[in-house]
Design a protein around this ligand. Structure first.
Ligand code: UGA
Length: 460
């Protein structure tokens, strides 16, 4: 099948490159012509491990191409993946303008039957609207345009592995033919039979993904339900951490034991500054809005959001408690991206925290292994440094805002020597507090009160 991918953002680029890597002929298109020109030269607008190599390799094999001519891409394909952005609007609703524009374009251009696959994250019932738009704008009687939903479960930083070795592939369809076509597209992944680009020694031992065929409405709902549940787990862990601080318990010990129960699971229970990025915050909001619109009380999710916002307040309170007065203090921040292994700073808790510190009158110095360029554009007034040691020099406090492994591997003795006051406030519970205290640091994190650490060191 000839495949077109509309939208070369995060999801579109990964989808296009991965589909090409399993053997399909893929053409990616975007209304941003400048971006396409760069992609044609193999220059990617985002940092995602392995993606640049994959894109250039597939372009060389002529299985992946880019064009700014959306019409040409549509006309030349049998299956079209819609991967355009659905950003949050002021009221929390997902903005579906780009989906609507693409639907009208597909309808007017198509002269042969096509399968239109919604991969962008959209609220339930969008597929029905998409179907309607395709029908009313179609200019060629008898051209069958069928619609399917195929939500993505890519995490930034591990997106290629997530695409090629998923636990499940969900497709929402209305007819047998659409299900059959999608199964053909995903066949190499379903059978786990392809040359794995990320692992030279072959694919990791993964079980074959579960193939889940649902209605379109269910598929759309599954995506929002998954991301919202992940957000819920994080907020749950964050309230636990708050509680641990009050009763002198240790949140790491608690979540480790709780997560051993297979009904709960160990993932997404890491306490800290909370969830950010372009997916979890907006999807929780959009899911809430959907519930409101159809008259279902999903107050539980409002609470998830509220707890998440409170994490920044809690961090600022910790900083104030440690520094007494924030105004006029030099504060170093390690980490700007919303999570490690990405350069994405959208809705990053680190950025939000820095804005708050600047508002309080602190001088902020910052460093991130990947996100400096993107952070510069949204954070005027910050001194950007070239490494962790430069950030730490002369500061009254050092904050860990993103859980990069690089920060754990720093020479903390060297950092200690450079700081005006060796105080570390670990917003991601990344470091070993006992070790840092042994080096002479004052150290605080989320849900791991001093008392417990001291007791443990006495016991040891
Ligand atoms: C998320 C989902 O995890 C993916 O399954 C989904 O496909 C994707 O959204 C999407 O909808 O496109 P992503 O946005 O890459 O992926 O980020 P996550 O790994 O989910 O992390 C989100 C945030 O939660 C980060 O700020 C991270 O630091 C934070 N987090 C994560 C915690 O605070 N605690 C945890 O235990 C885990």
């Amino acid at each position: 099948m000839r495949i077109a991918v509309i939208g070369t953002g995060y999801v579109g680029l990964v989808t296009g490159a991965c589909l090409a890597s399993i053997g399909h002929e893929v053409i990616c298109t975007d209304c941003d012509e400048a971006k396409i020109r760069l992609l044609e030269k193999g220059i990617l607008p985002i940092f995602e491990p392995g993606l640049d190599t994959m894109v250039t390799a597939e372009m060389r094999k002529r299985r992946l191409a880019f064009t700014a001519d959306v019409r040409q891409a549509v006309a030349a394909s049998d299956a079209i993946f819609i991967c355009v952005g659905t950003p949050p609007m002021e009221n929390g609703d997902a903005d579906l303008t780009a989906i609507d524009q693409v639907a009208r374009l597909i309808a007017t251009v198509s002269r042969s039957p096509k399968l239109v696959i919604e991969k962008s994250t959209v609220p339930a019932q969008t597929g029905q609207k998409l179907k309607q738009a395709l029908k009313v704008y179609s200019r060629s009687a008898g051209t069958h345009l069928s619609v399917a939903s195929n939500p993505e479960y890519l995490r930034e930083g591990t997106a290629i592995d997530d695409f090629l070795h998923p636990e499940r592939i969900v497709i929402g369809v209305e007819d047998e033919a659409a299900a059959r076509d999608l199964k053909e597209i995903y066949r190499p992944i379903l059978d786990q039979r392809f040359d794995c680009p990320m692992h030279e020694s072959g694919c990791p031992e993964t079980t074959k993904p579960e193939w889940l065929v649902t209605t379109i409405n269910s598929a759309e709902l599954i995506k929002h339900a998954s991301n919202s549940f992940l957000a819920l787990k994080i907020s749950y862990a964050n309230v636990l951490a708050e509680l641990c601080e009050e009763v002198d318990a240790n949140v790491d010990e608690v979540t480790r034991a709780v997560g051993r129960d297979p009904r709960i699971g160990p993932h997404f229970l890491q306490a800290g500054l909370g969830f950010g990025g372009f997916c979890l915050p907006k999807d929780v909001q959009a899911f809430l809005r959907l519930a409101e619109r159809v008259g279902v009380d999903f107050g539980l999710l409002r609470e998830v959001e509220r707890v998440n916002k409170r994490q920044i307040d809690r961090m600022v309170a910790k900083i104030r408690q440690a520094l007494w007065v924030i105004r006029g203090k030099e504060i170093g921040v390690l980490g700007l991206a919303f999570k490690p292994n990405t350069d994405d700073v959208r809705f990053s808790p680190a950025i939000e925290l820095i804005r708050r510190l600047l508002m309080e009158g602190a001088s902020v110095r910052a460093y991130d292994p990947q996100a400096m360029e993107k952070a510069r554009t949204v954070l005027p007034g910050v001194q950007f440094c070239t490494n962790e040691y430069e950030v730490a020099t002369g500061t009254d406090a050092l904050i860990i805002a993103t859980e990069w492994a690089d920060f754990r591997a720093c020479d903390w003795q060297r950092i200690h020597a450079t700081m005006a006051r060796p105080l570390v406030l670990d917003g991601r519970n990344l470091l070993n507090g006992q070790k840092l205290r042994a080096l002479g640091f004052e150290y605080d994190s989320f849900g791991r009160p001093d008392l417990i650490a001291e007791k443990m060191s006495l016991a040891a």
